[in-house]
Design a protein. Structure first.
Length: 81
């Protein structure tokens, strides 16, 4: 299998677990981020930072990291030693 096909297949295989984990954590942090409940105003910045970090890390791990690896590897991945 070519490196491009391998990268796409790996992305498909890892998409569901990564998205499910991120969405479960985001759903748990939403009440804090929206300041719903007593005392949640104190933890609101933390919840917003966690949600932003999860969204950015999800995009980085599923899109940018494989693409950067693919382009940095270049021609040596196709027929190299």
């Amino acid at each position: 299998m070519s490196p491009k096909e391998a990268m796409i297949q790996a992305g498909r295989r890892r998409l569901r677990p990564i998205v499910m984990t991120a969405l479960a954590t985001i759903a748990g942090m939403l009440p804090l981020a929206l300041a719903i409940g007593a005392g949640s105003e104190m933890l609101q910045p933390l919840a917003i930072a966690v949600i932003g970090g999860l969204l950015s890390s999800m995009v980085l791990s599923l899109v940018f990291t494989p693409a950067i690896h693919y382009y940095l590897r270049g021609s040596s991945a196709v027929g190299g030693s």
